[in-house]
Design a protein around this ligand. Structure first.
Ligand SMILES: NC(=O)C1=CN([C@@H]2O[C@H](COP(=O)(O)OP(=O)(O)OC[C@H]3O[C@@H](n4cnc5c(N)ncnc54)[C@H](OP(=O)(O)O)[C@@H]3O)[C@@H](O)[C@H]2O)[C@@H](O)CC1
Ligand SMILES: Nc1ncnc2c1ncn2[C@@H]1O[C@H](COP(=O)(O)OP(=O)(O)O)[C@@H](O)[C@H]1O
Ligand SMILES: [K+]
Length: 500
């Protein structure tokens, strides 16, 4: 698994810091000086024409980085105004940085925006421990409302590195420079939006510190799952490549199932079947070509089609409706022996709102693996006990409680495994906010799972492919476009030239 995609929580980052210092490679003040140097190089490269920099320093090491920045800029003859909020602890690295800084600081309460100056926000970073006080909030607000560039050190002050939440108020940065690895707060909203562009600087912390830290959070990019991505083998036939099935809604709501089925087929399932109620067979038949069709009205019908040709993956929920036996279908699939994956989306999630425990018990007792793909509304219906917790914690806890892989959808989709692994998606885009795009996603995940890709990896891959397809298409995207956008992405992932 790719080391470069690791996300570190602020406490894991403090551990990385401690391990580096105790290895003797560099001391704490040395790390701070390297952090300051990196920031200054970026400032000079990106803001060569500003009249000066206003460096705002807090009492901790984030402020320490700020004092190093101020010193280096002054030494280069750049105009600097320095503002302090609180004083560093005696004996701390930040205090050393103050002592080495050739200019004195004014109180932050004296600060007001000066046109032509860029702001270096070094008030709080990883150590943010409570909501901003009034003095810092006032400055954050003034900077947000002014036409001024803000460069935040590590994190915009006020944004929690652990989860991207705003504690009271926050700076909105144009550029955020963090160290060693991204933190979840750089990717999770509203943190992501407030970071502006984020860059990760190497300040000499060795990758070897990651071993003992054993991180469990990753940014969702292809190196995370590319090694498990299904590659067709020469001797495969369509069913051995993977058989995905999708339950259709009634005659007036069949589109969602077709979108999911096309997603599964384009993702590489060798065969895809729609299970349709008799009332919608004619509508589905009129619209399908490569996708197969079977009648399923009852649990007995379902047993029959499964016995005839055991699927490797099922999608239940999109467009299904709540009046038909959706819970019975889910429980029957879970209780019946045989491996394979059940992807539950939309109505399949809502259907268990009154008895989530029954679903979780069935999932945990099943030979099959389950993916639940709720958006926020569906999530709250199934996990009412988790309302009020932050998204990252909710997704992780939901995976543990349910025994399913959870895809908590949104601009910053989170993919959580019951074993504690979490990936945060970063290539999402608002073009995806279009009816039916979630149906395609459920199908793509099922299509990859049907090819026996390990489930958390398949789910991460599905979320990334879905978002990447939308990014490349851009404006005007509708869900119908998404399946057809997958082939070039698959070709890139599979390096098709090398395969053939
Ligand atoms: N890790 C690394 O490898 C490296 C890390 N580096 C830098 O260190 C930074 C982390 O430093 P840090 O741990 O000292 O935390 P920091 O963000 O300065 O804040 C702590 C201070 O602020 C205070 N405080 C917090 N919130 C507050 C509030 N709302 N209102 C009022 N006070 C509040 C808090 O008070 P306390 O909670 O203790 O009462 C404490 O005094 C990191 O972001 C990066 O920039 C680099 O030097 C390179 C190497
Ligand atoms: N603003 C946004 N930015 C990025 N992705 C988004 C945004 N809004 C929605 N999405 C994505 O679009 C999909 C919508 O799924 P869903 O809400 O189930 O829609 P539907 O039920 O219409 O298919 C999800 O994958 C979600 O993550
Ligand atoms: K900061």
């Amino acid at each position: 698994m790719s080391n470069s995609l690791v996300l570190l929580t602020p406490s894991q980052m403090a551990e990385a810091d401690r391990l580096t210092i105790s290895s003797g490679a560099v001391d704490g003040y040395g790390l701070m000086k390297r952090a300051g140097q990196t920031i200054v190089s970026e400032l000079l490269r990106r803001y060569p024409h500003c009249n000066g920099f206003d460096v705002l320093c807090g009492p901790g090491n984030n402020g320490g980085d700020g004092y190093v920045v101020a010193r280096l800029l002054v030494e280069m003859g750049v105009m600097v105004r320095l503002f302090a909020h609180g004083s560093p602890r005696p004996g701390s690295d930040a205090e050393k940085a103050v002592q080495d800084c050739p200019i004195g600081a004014q109180s932050l309460s004296q600060f007001s925006v000066l046109q032509g100056h860029a702001i270096v926000d070094a008030i709080y970073g990883a150590g943010l421990s409570r909501p901003l006080d009034d003095a810092v909030s006032r400055v954050a607000k003034e900077c947000r409302n002014a036409d001024v560039a803000v460069i935040s050190v590590d994190l915009p002050t006020g944004v929690s590195g652990a989860d991207g939440q705003v504690l009271g108020d926050a700076f909105a940065a144009d550029l955020t420079i963090t160290f060693f690895r991204l933190k979840p707060g750089h990717l999770l909203e509203p943190g992501r939006e407030l970071c502006g562009e984020t860059i990760v600087a190497n300040i000499g912390i060795p990758d070897s510190v990651l071993g003992p830290i054993a991180p469990r959070n990753w940014i969702n990019q292809p190196p995370l799952w590319r090694g498990d991505f299904p590659k067709p083998r020469r001797n495969q036939h369509k069913y051995s490549r993977g058989h995905a099935t999708v339950f259709s809604g009634g005659a007036f709501s069949t589109g969602a199932a077709r979108l999911a089925a096309l997603g599964a087929a384009r993702a590489g399932a060798g065969a895809t079947t729609i299970y349709s109620p008799a009332s919608a067979i004619a509508v589905n038949a009129a619209q399908l070509t490569s996708i197969m069709l079977a009648k399923v009205d009852t649990v007995d019908d379902l047993e029959e089609v499964i016995s005839a040709r055991a699927p490797d993956a099922f999608v239940l929920g999109p467009g299904f409706g709540l009046r038909r036996p959706i819970r019975e279908f889910a429980i029957s699939i879970l209780q019946r022996g045989g491996g394979g994956t059940l992807v539950m989306d939309a109505d399949a999630i809502t259907a268990f709102r009154d008895e989530p425990a029954a679903l979780f018990t069935a999932i945990k007792g099943s030979e099959r693996a389950v993916v639940l793909t709720p958006h926020e509304g569906e999530f709250s219906r199934l996990f009412p006990d988790l309302i009020g917790k932050v998204r990252l914690e909710r997704a992780g806890e939901a995976a543990r409680v349910s025994g399913a892989v959870i895809v908590l959808k949104g601009p910053d989709t989170i993919i959580a495994s019951p074993d504690g692994r979490i990936a945060i998606n970063a290539n999402g885009n608002p073009w995806l906010a279009t009816a039916g795009s979630g149906d395609v996603l459920a199908g793509v995940i099922a299509g990859l799972a049907a090819q026996k890709m390990p489930l958390w990896e398949a789910t991460c891959a599905g979320v990334w492919l879905h978002a990447e397809a939308a990014t490349r298409f851009g404006p005007g995207l509708i869900a119908d476009d998404l399946p057809g956008l997958l082939p070039p992405l698959l070709a890139e992932l599979l390096e098709v030239d090398q395969l053939l």
